[in-house]
Design a protein around this ligand. Structure first.
Ligand SMILES: [Zn+2]
Length: 587
């Protein structure tokens, strides 16, 4: 992008109010012509951070942090210099001028600006509709019924998309936007018989904004119970990417830097409820698992991230991934064990803010959380159950390495399993470090060692299902071809679940079905490790098909249906040839 003119930089600097920019991060008190406060760059008890509002400069006598209003924004809000200039220019109404610009870059910048404008305009329209339209009565009643007041709803620009098919489409076109721009902004979609229509209809809309407050897209909740899906989001596009967006980050950024902590929740209404209750460092992820990009965004603001997600649903997979990334960024990642089946919004509605704070304060590190979850879930009354639990926690403990707190955790495990700590330590020493829970490509390699080993069929079906999750586009055709006869009894529920939820298998898992939840979690986890090659998928499918044919042949023979038996045998022979051929290629 072309450089700003020097004059632009000077004008932005003149217009910016450094006291206002700094104040979300620390409280400033005037002394003479300067402002003083606790340093937002280091921990201290007496103020040594000085701000000079005339020259827009700051200096800390404690840690020597210093700079101007631009560098403050760069440091504290995780922006680049040009972004900081743009952000302040926007905030203080300064028009930006650039040195002459590469026409293509200029074109791209203009287009983005148009899309932002279109989205902003649409957000305003939805918001007005929510508060003014008689037809939005039900939406208002729903939100207020969830305990969300008008103030917080307006603060976040919550709105409602009306029910007709083309309100946004026609309104925006009248305002000069093209269909192509509506599509790119994710506001319109193509109809089956040509033509276009509004993506969001009859839904409560939550504008999703970037760090600078620009609307990137919407999350939209259905008003009627029968409307599917319950939540419809903007499609991923030129502006909106689910994985690098945090709902509420524009509002939470300052408070996160100030409290030195981010609280990550799962839903839009959780964020609203928390902000309303004064917990303004809360943001939501757009799914069930926090992503590396989201952690990076937070790492620029704080070093403590508390996941206040539904423990069961977020599942081990989300946690492991998060821990890997957080470790690399020096983030202290903690988990607040939320009560089962209750999200923060529910808790606050029941007037239990105190309880929520307790849970957040009591958040524990990830390994402890995982060990305790396994202990809580395990059937500790039986020998087999205790063995399974031990097999589950040993790799977690092993992965911790020799850190403070591990011995204590080992004693806790020994105590709960009614065994000797030295025995647990022994298992930890011999445990594989987070070995892949499901085998990849061709079978037995890397199989886990749980109490009950998997049958060959289970091994294959799990490998195939994991690959289908890893590559849902190709996976879909395999999922559609798999029937219950192809898979084991234990795998059938997972197959049925994936038929409906291949694109986001963790979302909406029925938590009361522990077996299904555990298996899907395991599949999702291993899907991140197995390369999803179509050849490997085909081979696993063929092996399952072979097994199915063998079962059918036995059944036909038992029933005395020799004709069917012969036909199936021919099919099997053809398949066996194909498999042998594929295996030579694969080897
Ligand atoms: Zn300092």
């Amino acid at each position: 992008m072309a450089r700003f003119t020097d004059e632009t930089k000077e004008r932005v600097k003149q217009a910016a109010d450094i006291a206002e920019v700094v104040s979300p991060y620390t409280e400033l008190v005037r002394r003479g012509k300067d402002l003083w406060g606790l340093c937002p760059f280091h921990e201290e008890r007496t103020p040594s951070f000085k701000v000079n509002p005339q020259d827009k400069l700051y200096f800390c006598f404690g840690c020597q942090a210093s700079g101007d209003v631009f560098s403050f924004v760069e440091e504290k809000e995780g922006l680049s210099f040009p972004e900081a200039v743009e952000m302040l220019a926007e905030r203080y109404g300064v028009e930006i001028e650039r040195e002459s610009e590469d026409p293509r870059a200029e074109e791209a910048r203009r287009r983005k600006a148009r899309l932002w404008e279109l989205l902003e305009r649409t957000a305003k329209y939805y918001e007005r509709y929510l508060w003014e339209a008689p037809k939005a009565e039900k939406a208002r009643a729903y939100l207020l019924g969830r305990g969300l007041g008008e103030e917080v709803l307006r603060r976040f620009g919550v709105g409602m998309a009306p029910s007709p098919w083309d309100q946004v489409l026609t309104g925006s076109q009248r305002a000069g936007f093209k269909v192509d721009e509506l599509l790119a902004a994710g506001l319109a979609q193509k109809g089956r018989q040509g033509g276009h229509y509004d993506r969001f209809r009859s839904r409560i809309t939550f504008p999703i904004r970037d760090q600078r407050g620009r609307v990137l897209g919407f999350g939209a909740r259905a008003l009627r119970a029968e409307s599917k899906p319950k939540y419809l989001n903007s499609p991923e596009g030129e502006l909106y990417r689910k994985s690098n967006t945090l709902y509420g980050i524009d509002r939470a950024r300052g408070p996160i830097a100030k409290t030195r902590r981010a609280i990550v929740v799962e839903g839009y209404t959780d964020v609203l409820a928390l902000h309303q209750a004064g917990v303004e460092e809360a943001v939501a992820i757009m799914g069930t698992a926090i992503t590396p990009e989201q952690l990076t965004m937070l790492a620029g603001l704080t070093d403590v991230v508390v996941l206040a997600l539904d423990a069961d649903r977020a599942g081990a997979d989300a946690m492991i991934r998060a821990q890997r990334v957080a470790g690399g960024k020096g983030l202290d990642l903690r988990v607040a064990a939320m009560p089962e089946g209750e999200d923060p919004a529910d808790m606050l509605q029941a007037d239990r803010l105190g309880r929520f704070h307790e849970l957040v304060e009591g958040a524990i590190d990830l390994p402890s959380f995982r060990v305790r979850t396994a202990l809580g879930r395990g059937d500790l009354g039986s020998v087999a159950g205790r063995e399974r639990t031990l097999a589950e926690v040993a790799p977690v403990l092993a992965a911790m390495g020799e850190v403070v707190g591990r011995d204590e955790l080992i004693r806790e495990v020994a105590d709960r399993l009614d065994t000797d700590p030295s025995l647990v330590s022994e298992r930890v020493r011999s445990a594989p470090k987070e070995s892949p829970p499901a085998p990849g490509g061709n079978g037995a390699k890397g199989a886990p060692a749980p109490a009950a080993p998997l049958t060959p069929r289970e091994t294959r079906e799990r490998a195939l299902l994991a690959m289908c999750i890893a590559d849902p586009k190709t996976g879909r055709s395999f999922i559609d071809r798999l029937s219950d006869e192809h898979v084991s009894e234990s795998g059938a529920p997972a197959l049925r679940w994936l038929r409906e939820h291949l694109d986001d298998p963790m979302a909406g898992l029925p938590r009361e079905d522990e077996e299904l939840t555990a298996l899907i979690t395991e599949l999702v986890m291993s899907s991140e490790r197995v390369p999803a090659l179509e050849g490997a998928m085909q081979l696993n499918f063929d092996l399952l098909e072979q097994q199915r044919l063998e079962d059918s042949i036995s059944a036909a023979q038992e029933a005395g249906d020799y004709e069917a038996g012969a036909r199936l045998s021919r099919e099997r022979a053809q398949l066996t040839d194909r498999i042998a051929y594929a295996e030579t290629l694969g080897a």
